[in-house]
Design a protein around this ligand. Structure first.
Ligand code: AFP
Length: 318
């Protein structure tokens, strides 16, 4: 059955929005809602840490113990710890696969959802105060709930995502997500400590204002069609914009209209970006926002993953 899009006022908090969404499903027990709230909560903690990043060297924190007795960690590891902790304490995620770890974690709680997450994407940009992001996907566990998680539980087509989203830590911090019922964006209001709806029902602009790729790769690109497309963009005087932080590049293109490319190259013959941690979530949002996401000439959401850290070429946008 087609789910109707709910009409809620700008400024409503993420919590209330999630609750109203849930009320559309009379049989929902609230597990997905709680999971989304856990992700939002962890993102607020990560946001606080990222905002302190410039002070870390000045304050001499690196390599020292903090007041809680923990060793200070690199921010991407810290983000991984924060999200993992929030999800395991929340109790709704049965397991997590993170870009930061080799294998998945079974939380042994019988939870019916699993989460794949890139806790801090674009982290090489942190030192220079450029936007970074968190990317997440939520799936239903495929194996019986009373059995331990198996790798196969994570190797699901992107099409099976129940929800997906990202947090952009930029000039403002945003939580953008979809449960398959349109894409909504919430901006963090730090004095309230709340995300509030600022970008309801986001749709890709019809015109392509930007193309985004690392042009230094041009000599290594393996597909002539991609080179032809880049030439076409230049002939059409489409503006090039590339941050090197996938969430930030995707977000700009989503709001303004544009295309992001990470093609196959000599160095990355299968593309660089990870299917489970980066591309699938953004592809889900792109399709929900009226855009396209393809890899190897087919929708990326239809790829059957064969390993957790698998990569794929990625073209997404208007
Ligand atoms: P880092 O997390 O190592 O900074 O990588 C970021 C990223 O995964 C993605 O956010 C960018 O779009 C892409 O890599 C940039 O890759 P290039 O440096 O090869 O352009």
């Amino acid at each position: 059955m087609e789910k109707s899009r709910i009409d809620l006022p700008i400024g409503i908090t993420l919590d209330r929005f999630i609750k109203s969404n849930q009320s559309q499903y009379p049989h929902a027990a609230g597990a997905l809602s709680q999971l989304l709230r856990d992700l939002a909560l962890a993102s607020k903690v990560v946001n606080r840490e990222i905002n302190k990043a410039g002070l870390i060297d000045i304050m001499g924190y690196v390599g020292q113990m903090n007041s809680a007795g923990d060793n200070q960690q690199k921010l991407d590891l810290l983000a991984n710890t924060r999200f993992t902790r929030a999800l395991s304490k929340g109790g709704e995620a049965g397991g997590i696969a993170s870009e930061e770890t080799d294998s998945f974690v079974d939380l042994h709680n019988g939870g019916k959802y699993i989460v794949t997450i890139d806790p801090l994407d674009g982290s090489s940009n942190i030192d220079v105060n450029v936007s970074v992001g968190t990317i997440f996907s939520i799936y239903k566990k495929q194996s019986p709930l009373d059995e331990p998680l198996v790798e196969q539980d994570f190797l699901q087509k992107g099409r099976l995502q129940i929800a997906a989203g990202y947090i952009l830590y930029g000039s403002s911090t945003m939580f953008v997500y979809s449960t398959g019922n349109g894409v909504n964006g919430f901006t963090y209001e730090s004095t309230l400590g709340e995300y509030v709806l600022s970008h309801p029902d986001i749709q890709f602009g019809e015109s392509c204002s930007y193309f985004s790729m690392n042009e230094a790769l041009c000599l290594d690109i393996m597909d002539q069609e991609v080179l032809n497309f880049i030439s076409f963009c230049k002939e059409e005087r489409i503006t090039a914009r590339y941050i090197g932080s996938l969430v930030a590049d995707f977000h700009r293109n989503l709001l303004k209209g544009g295309v992001f490319l990470y093609p196959r190259t000599q160095k990355y013959p299968n593309g660089k970006l990870r299917l489970l941690f980066e591309s699938n979530a953004l592809a889900f949002l792109a399709e929900q926002a009226g855009g396209l996401a393809i890899s190897n000439e087919r929708p990326i959401l239809d790829i059957q993953p064969t390993s957790i850290h698998e990569t794929a070429e990625f073209y997404v946008g208007t």
